[in-house]
Design a protein around this ligand. Structure first.
Ligand code: MRU
Length: 357
């Protein structure tokens, strides 16, 4: 299953806010539509928002028109120069716009910088050529994401034993990427390689990515799973019912500290207490080598209504104070291994992560 499709200036996205009840698509034909899809959680998941931003920039760049382009027969060299400057001013504004959509997942920033970088390095070309180059780069980022996830799956599969019960958190599957997934890609790969696995899915309060999205994906693939509430995981770990935990990541610092969906830190501490391996599966584009440790990661604070309401129905008294951090940071000491497309890395991460690039 593919979470997005791009064709002729239109980005078609599965509307994840409607799942699991309805499988519906929305069409984005302006860059602002794509931005709204990211902020409105129509699309989410670190790799997917990066790819959507890349296509969004391409759509925004393609819409750029100047009088010099419109009447190319009359254009002068100075017209061309000012148009190019205007084009790049516009491109920069679009990039800034996408960087403001969500703060934690580094893939968004990585993708925007990659698109802007390729445009700048081709500045000598015509505006139409640069537009084409931007689109091709977005398509490359999309196809790389799929092959990267396959490689993460294969590398992670080597860590999964026959007859394992694997606990996972949030959604890290096809709906969080372009296809296949990261942590869920490892689970898919273990299932495809014939291992008899069972998955325990955390519902992932408050946004319920586990129950709404991961359960939906696993059901489609006929991978055996059971859904639990987040506060049940410690119980099952203590009873010896969990063989390993696999989660994704939104940003990994150079020392391995990992920001991921709220609740991940508690899972990692519980796994450590119960001697259960705790794996993080993510593409190398999720590693932020510009930061030394996880304290530098901005944690997104989301709308209190995600906690006080379910489908617009109040489940808490009106007017109360709420805290709603969307992510937390797991210190590297709780992580047994980080699975990437380039291989599996073990502690000490501050020494070993750098060897991946
Ligand atoms: O708020 P979300 O749904 O975008 O959060 C997603 C997660 O935390 C995922 O675990 C993470 O992005 C890894 S996805 C491959």
């Amino acid at each position: 299953m593919k979470s997005l499709k791009y064709k002729s200036g239109v980005l078609k996205l599965i509307d994840q806010t409607k799942l699991p009840e309805k499988l519906e698509y929305i069409e984005c034909s302006t860059y602002k539509d794509v931005g709204r899809a990211i902020t409105g959680m129509v699309v989410r998941g670190a790799p997917l928002i990066g790819v959507c931003a890349a296509y969004g920039i391409s759509i925004g760049a393609a819409a750029f028109k100047t009088s010099a382009i419109k009447s190319s027969s009359n254009k002068t060299i100075s017209d061309e120069f000012s148009s190019k400057e205007e084009f790049f001013d516009n491109l920069r504004q679009i990039c800034v716009f996408f960087k403001s959509t969500r703060p934690t997942a580094v893939n968004l920033f990585w993708s925007v910088d990659r698109i802007y970088g390729i445009a700048v390095s081709n500045k000598a070309k015509s505006i139409n050529e640069i537009k084409d180059i931007i689109l091709k780069e977005a398509q490359t980022i999309e196809s790389e994401d799929i092959s990267t996830n396959r490689a993460i799956g294969k590398n992670g599969d080597a860590l999964i034993r026959q007859d394992s019960t694997i606990l996972t958190h949030c959604n890290t599957g096809s709906l969080a990427t372009c296809a296949y997934g990261t942590a869920l890609g490892v689970i898919r790969s273990a299932h495809e390689s014939g291992k008899n696995i069972n998955v325990i899915v955390d519902e992932t309060r408050p946004y319920l990515q586990g129950s709404r999205l991961t359960a939906w994906e696993l059901k489609q693939d006929n991978i055996p799973f059971k859904l639990i509430c987040d506060n049940m995981s410690g119980h099952f770990m203590r009873l010896g019912k969990i063989d390993c935990v696999i989660v994704g990541a939104d940003r990994i610092a150079s020392n391995g500290d990992t920001a991921n969906k709220i609740g991940t830190y508690a899972l990692a501490v519980l796994a450590h207490e119960n001697n259960i391996p705790f794996y993080v599966a993510a593409p190398t584009s999720t590693i932020d080598f510009t930061i030394e440790n996880g304290d530098a990661i901005t944690i997104e604070e989301r709308d209190s209504k995600e906690i006080t309401h379910i489908k617009n129905l109040p489940i808490a008294p009106e007017g109360i104070d709420v805290l709603n951090p969307a992510f937390d940071m797991t210190p590297n000491r709780y992580i047994s291994a980080i699975i990437t497309e380039k291989g599996v890395t073990y502690p000490p991460f501050d020494k070993n992560l750098g060897k991946l690039i």
